[in-house]
Design a protein around this ligand. Structure first.
Ligand SMILES: [Zn+2]
Length: 293
């Protein structure tokens, strides 16, 4: 079961909105596509865990602070006898692994070897577990989730799992774990209680209210709506449907995420939606959200 679901990270939400409402530079577009790819890989991993494992608790996207140092865990699987930490990478193509880096063969670009990041987070997580008096053994892995990923290296590494090795790995967990008990549930709750939420160190471009394009858009294909059909919003490109109320709600949520320092008044949201919704409708959504004075 999943006890802490994965949510779209704050940085990804903001970059997505900026890509729709603003002009991203080519460097920022690349960063945005990295975030999308990373999120898709992690999400796919969650799906595989859910489909394959039996007696487990999955905790997604945890950020902890231990002794003043912040670190992140993509996925933590809790079983009756072990904890499994996973750092999920959605790299695609052929890579050569060195001690400190991975080199993309086609272009020669280098990224930090994820094993270094994994070792750091494992050490910090063990310290956190010790503080909570949790003595359950821990294993940690890098998962290369993309089927089109090839890694050239000296030989198999005990902490690296390629997509083709995942089913064997999950099978060995299933065979070695027993049914969950109360202790597993309370341990998961205790671990989750230490989660501090989104990492404060996020690299986002500068932007402001004035420079963002106003309007309402489809959450599936990001096309701007240019008319409403009664109380429904129907995307002219992909056919996505939602009620006008849900549409206002979604764009208020987006506004709050993008511009947390500006109060979402009826007038501001009217302007944010480019006049596509009536002031009456916006007021009623905001009242229900209790974000209006
Ligand atoms: Zn659409």
């Amino acid at each position: 079961m999943i006890d802490k679901k994965r949510e779209k990270p704050h940085a990804l939400c903001v970059m997505e909105s900026l890509s729709i409402r603003g002009a991203l530079s080519s460097k920022e577009r690349l960063y945005y596509s990295h975030l999308v790819k990373g999120y898709e890989g992690e999400y796919f991993f969650d799906v595989l865990v859910e489909k394959t494992l039996k007696e487990y608790i999955l905790l997604c996207d945890l950020v902890f602070k231990v002794n003043g140092t912040i670190f992140q865990i993509d996925s933590l699987v809790v079983t009756n006898n072990k904890l499994y930490v996973y750092e999920v990478k959605n790299y695609e193509g052929e890579y050569q692994m060195n001690q400190s880096s991975l080199i993309r063969c086609a272009v020669g670009t280098e990224v930090l070897n994820p094993l270094i990041q994994l070792q750091r987070s494992t050490i910090l997580f063990k310290q956190l577990l010790a503080q909570m008096n949790i003595k359950t053994p821990l294993e940690s892995y890098i998962v290369y989730i993309n089927q089109n990923f090839t890694l050239y290296q000296a030989g198999p590494h005990p902490q690296i799992i390629l997509y083709s090795q995942l089913s064997t790995h999950f099978k060995s967990i299933t065979e070695s774990s027993k049914p969950l008990n109360e202790g597993c549930l309370s341990m998961s709750k205790l671990i989750t209680s230490k989660n501090i939420g989104d990492s404060p160190y996020q690299d986002l471009p500068d932007y402001g209210y004035k420079t963002l394009k106003k309007g309402i858009y489809c959450p599936e294909c990001f096309t701007f709506f240019n008319q409403l059909k009664g109380r429904m919003c129907i995307c002219s490109k992909c056919g996505y449907r939602e009620t006008a109320y849900a549409n206002v709600h979604r764009h208020v949520m987006e506004f709050n995420k993008m511009l947390p320092d500006i109060r979402p008044s009826t007038k501001t949201i009217f302007d944010w939606c480019n006049g596509m919704h009536s002031m009456y409708r916006i007021r009623s959504v905001l009242r229900n959200e209790q974000t209006i004075e």
